[in-house]
Structure formats: structure tokens, C-alpha cells
Write a protein that binds this ligand. Structure first.
Ligand SMILES: [Ca+2]
Ligand SMILES: [Ca+2]
Length: 85
């Protein structure tokens, strides 16, 4: 195997790994558009059903959902709506 082929193979592996990581990215990170580690009410508007149920999930009523609070929403989030995002 020559050096060029090795590099092509390595590149293909990296692409595979990168796309796998992107696929595994959870709904929380996708919804957290400013990436401050919490979902604001503004960010919640992109998620069907979350704004309507906001008070149910914002347990400490600080106006944002942290990852723990959001995980409760994720558990009830319909799978088809999840993949449509
Ligand atoms: Ca945020
Ligand atoms: Ca909260």
C-alpha cells in the first residue's frame, strides 16, 4: 500500500467518525443554539410541545432548562418529531 492510499483511507475513517459524532449529537445540543448549556424559552420555540409544557420542565423556575430538566422532555418527545428537527 502506498502513502497516497493510506492517506485516503485515513481520511475516509475520519469522515466516518465525524458524521457518526454529528449523528449522535443529542437534541439538547441542537436546541441550545447559543451553546450556553441551557435551553431558554426562545430556544424552546424550535421544539414542538416544549413551550406549551414549559412550567412542567423548568423545575427550578430559573427561566431556562438545564440538561437534567431537558432530559425529562426528551423522554416524552415523540421520535418522529425528534428526527424531523
Ligand atoms: Ca441556550
Ligand atoms: Ca431550570
Amino acid at each position: 500500500m502506498n502513502q497516497g492510499m493510506k492517506q485516503k483511507l485515513l481520511f475516509a475513517m475520519l469522515v466516518t467518525l465525524a458524521s457518526g459524532a454529528a449523528f449522535a449529537d443529542d437534541a439538547f445540543k441542537q436546541a441550545d443554539t447559543d451553546q450556553n448549556g441551557a435551553i431558554s424559552k426562545q430556544e424552546a420555540t424550535s421544539l414542538p410541545g416544549l413551550s406549551e409544557q414549559w412550567d412542567t420542565y423548568d423545575l427550578n423556575t430559573d427561566g431556562e432548562l438545564d440538561e437534567v430538566e431537558f432530559s425529562r422532555f426528551e423522554q416524552v418527545m415523540p421520535k418522529d418529531e425528534k428526527s424531523a428537527q
